[in-house]
Design a protein around this ligand. Structure first.
Ligand code: PLP
Length: 418
């Protein structure tokens, strides 16, 4: 066939479409890219809040678990948890984690994403109702999208009043809700990743107890950002409040303060059994292999033996220091700059009209912070997100604040000239 008569190369046509889509994203200044940070950069960005990822206590204990494993012990996962990927080690770890969290049982997942998708796609039954905080994580949205629930409604972020209104609307629409014949799931996080704010869990429980006296309101709480940092020995906000018996499902992830990977669903043993049968993100994937199980075990041993308490204390000291320094910043009256911070939370937001500029100024001075733009946060709520760690020194915190001050001064001067 002459060259010009060849059928169009579909794969090149596809690549052109993909590139055009990326260009449109670029034009909106929303294109995402992978970056590698210089080794010398100071971390004010990662979720390794306790700095366990670089701690020698963590490293030594992890290596000793690995080195002391019997020679016959397979490092390979072997397959799905339902086939060859299960082990006594995994089951023992689940019991250990369940005990630490004062939960009846625990089920490991390969990630928090998988845990949320697995739970939300399988547990709500046809016709059930899901009420969720408007700011819950993308993985919960994905799980709800796949779920058989009849209705799902967002309520205003962390607002018990808004949850009440949403629940009242369901009750008015469908008599089965108040009669207890329709399950209602309330999906929340305990600490929100972008503002670091703590959910009013007890107030939510009060609303649900009042409006659903038949007991058909089921809480699903994602503790991803609380794990290791909040609650007794880092067990989470729920245990800090003592409301673990009111939570139907708790999800803890290991990829943030626990310096590992994977997640656990804490629930009743019947729910665990159901998930083993119906959660596709558990069934159709290779289970975590021994090295990851050993690293999860390492973090939980450090938490439960109290060996992370000094890191948890240092994080709090760092939070107080940064808050104080940020309060002393001098901001030109024309410059929009606000610090959003929830007490004791290692996540802070610096809100400005120019988050990318501020992040770039900090990065230029060796401080890693990230600009968080819409649609990750709602439009108008763009910010620079700052995360504190046990490993941040007072000098690093002071240096970051000095850099923010010089950036504010330069924006102030610019505004004055305009
Ligand atoms: C609230 C929340 N839930 C779930 C996840 C997903 O967890 P993982 O990173 O383990 O998939 C994240 C992390 O990005 C998160 O912030």
């Amino acid at each position: 066939m002459p060259r010009q008569e060849r059928a169009p190369d579909r794969s090149n046509a596809l690549i052109s479409t993909l590139n055009a889509t990326l260009k449109r994203r670029e034009a909106k200044a929303a294109r995402r890219r992978l970056t590698i940070l210089p080794k010398t950069a100071v971390d004010f960005s990662s979720n390794d809040f306790l700095s366990l990822g670089t701690s020698s206590a963590y490293r030594d204990r992890f290596l000793s678990h690995v080195n002391n494993a019997p020679k016959s012990f397979p490092f390979a996962s072997g397959g799905s948890r339902l086939l060859d990927g299960n082990s006594e080690y995994a089951e023992d770890l689940e019991r250990f984690v369940a005990d630490f969290h004062d939960a009846p049982s625990a089920l490991l997942f390969n990630s928090g994403y998988d845990a949320n998708v697995g739970v939300l796609s399988s547990i709500p039954q046809p016709g059930d109702v899901i009420l969720h905080d408007e700011l819950i994580h993308a993985s919960a949205h994905e799980g709800m999208r796949l779920s058989r629930a009849g209705r799902r409604t967002a309520f205003a972020h962390s607002s018990p009043e808004s949850l009440k209104q949403a629940l009242q609307a369901e009750i008015e629409q469908d008599h089965k809700v108040v009669a207890g014949n329709r399950n209602v799931f309330i999906v929340i996080e305990s600490i929100y990743s972008m503002d670091g704010d703590v959910a009013p869990i007890k107030e939510f429980v009060k609303v649900v107890d009042e409006l659903l006296p038949s007991g058909n309101g089921y809480f699903m709480v994602d503790e991803a950002h609380a794990t290791g940092v909040f609650g007794p020995r880092g067990a989470g906000v729920v245990q800090g409040l003592g409301v673990q018996d009111r939570m139907f499902i708790r999800v803890h992830t290991f990829g943030k303060a626990l310096a590992s990977h994977g997640a656990v669903v804490l629930c009743d043993p019947s729910v665990k059994d159901y998930l083993i049968n119906y959660a596709r993100t558990l069934i159709y994937t290779t289970a975590l292999g021994f090295p990851f199980l050993a690293s999860i075990r390492t973090s939980y041993e450090l938490l439960s033996s109290g060996q992370t308490e000094s890191s948890q204390r240092i994080v709090q000291e760092n939070i107080q220091r940064l808050r104080m320094c940020l309060n002393d910043l001098k901001v030109h009256p024309t410059v929009m700059f606000e610090v959003d911070h929830f007490p004791n939370s290692p996540i802070l937001s610096l809100r400005t009209a120019f988050p990318r500029e501020l992040a770039a100024a900090c990065q230029k001075h060796g401080y890693v912070v990230r600009a968080i733009m819409a649609p990750t946060v709602p439009e108008g709520r763009e910010r620079v997100r700052v995360c504190l760690h046990a490993g941040n020194t007072p000098e690093e915190i002071d240096g970051l604040v000095r850099t923010i001050q010089s950036w504010l001064d330069s924006v102030g001067r610019r505004d004055t000239k305009l």
